[in-house]
Design a protein around this ligand. Sequence first.
Ligand SMILES: C[S@@+](CC[C@H](N)C(=O)[O-])C[C@H]1O[C@@H](n2cnc3c(N)ncnc32)[C@H](O)[C@@H]1O
Length: 658
Amino acid sequence: MVKLDLKTPNFTNENIEKIAELFPNCVTEKNNESGELERSIDFDALRQELSGSIVEGSQERYSLNWPGKREALVTANTPISKTLRPCRDESVDFANTKNIFIEGDNLDALKLLQETYLDKIKMIYIDPPYNTGKDFIYNDNFTADKAEFDEASGQRDEGGRRLVANLDSNGRYHSDWLSMMYPRLKLARNLLCDNGVIFISIDENENINTRKICHEVFGEENFIGNIIWKNVTDNNPTNVATEHEYIVVYAKSRAKLEPVWKSNFSDVKDILINIGSELIATHKDQGSLQKAYSQWFRNNKSQLGALDRYKYIDAGGVYTGSQSVHNPGKEGYRYDVIHPDTRSPCKEPLMGYRFPESTMTKLLEEGKILFGNSHDKIIELKVYAKDYLEKLSSVEILDGRMGAYDVRQLFSEIKTAFTNPKPVALIEKYLSFVLSKDDIAFDFFSGSGTTAHAVMQLNLKDGGTRQCISVQLPELTDEISEAFKAGYKNIAEISKERLRRAGTKIKEDNANKDGIENLDTGFRVFKIASSNMLDVHISPDETQPDMFDTHIGNIKKDRSSEDLLFQVLLDWGVDLSLPIIREKIAGKEVFFVDDNALVACFDEGINEEFVTQLATSKPLRVVFRDDGFGSGKNGDSVKINVEQVFKLKSPATDIKVI
Ligand SMILES: C[S@@+](CC[C@H](N)C(=O)[O-])C[C@H]1O[C@@H](n2cnc3c(N)ncnc32)[C@H](O)[C@@H]1O
């Protein structure tokens, strides 16, 4: 039986494989540090293959470089032997939800998700530390000793790595930020599907470096846009009042992206539709309807933004008449359109009409042509607000304080649960341009959980089943903060509680909405932890007395069968959000993942009789504990028999052990 590896992929080896596919002659073998032979690249041969276009040594070239770049690449490629431990107590609707919340460092999370979510994510939104000279960033390579740690202002995880304040006095100020971002973006790119995109919030501090690093990771040809979000008013301007930040957008492959992005969602459009139907219900004749709407329009024009052209109303709703009927550039169709009041032909556009006469007749019958006061005015085409599709503009105007307002609505007991959350409406808007109804969104700097909240909100609007994966470090809250005093010791706690409350509120506020019972407001919580497996290379002075007790084998004592199950799902690349049913069969605990996609039993005493029952469900994959068959020769013969049972009863089943 094949033993599961339970480690994240080794990207260096994978890169060697890719080169081997293209240039098998450039792959050789050499002794590694432990004296074992391993595959490696013969650079002389590769140089020969690429002799026309290779750049050597210190020759000048266009590139982005910083001290630590090479280490950052190694960091991205180094495998880890960690796992995700499910946390039912902290989850909401663990059994049915498709949303995932991972607590831990996102570098680990990105590595752990490589197999399962490779090429699966449609949209990543991240809001990383902006490197303002005050915020904390994760120092990936730092192993502090105790004294150093005590001195430092940062925090440390179980691996001795720590969060450090990246002060602008630090000589490696930009380098450290780049070293933090580079491996994460590289790994994140792997998870995007071919027509996937990434949106990155950033401000002036690192906008240029974000563009440069993304040019390198995603490719210049995959740059989509740099959105300027006007979010604040600078009340103390120095030279230029800085009143915006950025959202940088890249595609995995621009060539595979939908050619046009238009969204059906716009809060302003909703306002127009609502006022339209209110007035239509109360004003029966066209004159008083238009008069009432014009009055409302004058009072509310400032909030209508791009929709301030919608100044007319008729029984079909609010509309603009600004769509031209001209034929642009070349000679169009020529015919008379008679004005309904003056009974004379209306003024014809210079190059004629853009529709043939038959189309015009239909538009006239449908009442979609807007006439001026007299025939001297060229007619226009009505466009109703309900049909408006918003384009994604490179300029966004939205008060940044909306984000704090959104969070405050959920945490009425504290004034500031989280500093500077993004507005839900902002993220929801971007999600609405990119995600189809069943796509997956991913935010690995999730903060207070705005992206997951926005996904729920968007699904509420259109009955979608979009999923969200969030990752947040349990970064400690400041002891003097209101959040800390209210009991939230770290940011992941705030994030989870925000999602619980947001989900409850959405369900309560929309209790009468059709299909609300199907809206997924749950999430499965996982925590990044050391592997479930005991390190078999433990030195004698590290062994603990109970370590070799009875049957413990290679699995840590404090790990549950559900912990093992999720490690197997990760390793096998099986979706972590699939439904899981736990059943007792012949007294043993068996997990059925998505019916028979994977069946697991980590109990002891696996025998032919039990396995014969399991095989009747014809699982695609089945997994047991290596020591579940017993030890020694007896265990080996049970294993062989079990394999035989599957060969006979369910030959397609892939059997593995951990
Ligand atoms: C600017 S905030 C994101 C705010 C979020 N967009 C919102 O609306 O609430 C960035 C977050 O990333 C988290 N973070 C920083 N480094 C991280 C890491 N290595 N892994 C996971 N989260 C990290 C920080 O704790 C912080 O909460």
